[in-house]
Ligand binder design. Structure first.
Ligand code: COA
Length: 178
């Protein structure tokens, strides 16, 4: 488990009502080693944040890259976010899932998660990234746009009848105003 030593202070409370004093993006153990309960919680997180329902076994078998593709936002006990990505080639990665728990959104966690991923991916030669996003998800589309990704393909019936964009671009650690 990788720990960058940087804590994120927040005044939010977790599901038990305890104060969340320290939330960090950390690299996780392989999904195949996760308990069914841990996978089920993440399944619920994905369902709540995106409306997408995945089978536990499908999640368990995702081909996440062990160097840069398996991050969780954790207080050391409970998971509040995921950033999952896979390697497509020597230089290209694909983001498979990116979710932050609803009560913790818009606090900068997503931005920090992207940076952790980008930093780790660049270390192993990745310089381009792609992902799919629903066309009605304007917050995420703008977030990716500020990181240099652009719509490159239209995905009809992407999820639940909603259309999506394939977005691609150079891998940047941080947002820019462009
Ligand atoms: C997308 C998501 C992971 C981002 O995580 P987050 O913790 O909310 O993100 P942040 O607070 O770091 O904000 C990321 C950027 O969006 C902007 N942003 C956040 N909330 C916003 C809002 N309500 N309105 C407009 N912009 C917003 C931030 O200013 C930030 O800007 P930056 O690009 O200059 O850094 C999270 O919102 C989420 O889980 N959404 C639902 C699932 C989803 O849509 N996943 C992506 C599927 S492709």
């Amino acid at each position: 488990m990788v720990d960058d030593g940087h804590s994120i202070l927040t005044s939010e409370k977790n599901v038990n009502g305890d104060n969340l004093t320290s939330l960090k993006w950390v690299q996780s153990s392989p999904l195949k080693n996760w308990s069914r309960q841990k996978l089920n919680r993440i399944r619920e997180l994905i369902l709540q944040t995106t409306g997408e329902a995945y089978e536990i076994d499908r999640l368990r078998n995702l081909p996440l890259d062990e160097n840069f593709g398996n991050w969780i936002l954790s207080d050391g006990d409970i998971d509040y976010g995921i950033f999952w990505a896979m390697r497509l080639s020597n230089t290209q990665a694909r983001v498979l899932a990116f979710s932050v728990s609803e009560q913790l959104q818009s606090l900068g966690h997503g931005s920090r998660g992207w940076s952790k991923f980008a930093e780790a991916a660049r270390m192993v030669g990745i310089n381009h990234v792609q992902l799919e996003v629903r066309q009605d998800n304007s917050i995420a589309i703008q977030m990716y746009h500020r990181r240099g990704l652009r719509p490159k393909g239209y995905i009809s019936g992407f999820y639940g009848g909603n259309d999506g964009w394939l977005m691609k671009g150079p891998l940047r650690n941080f947002a820019s105003s462009q």
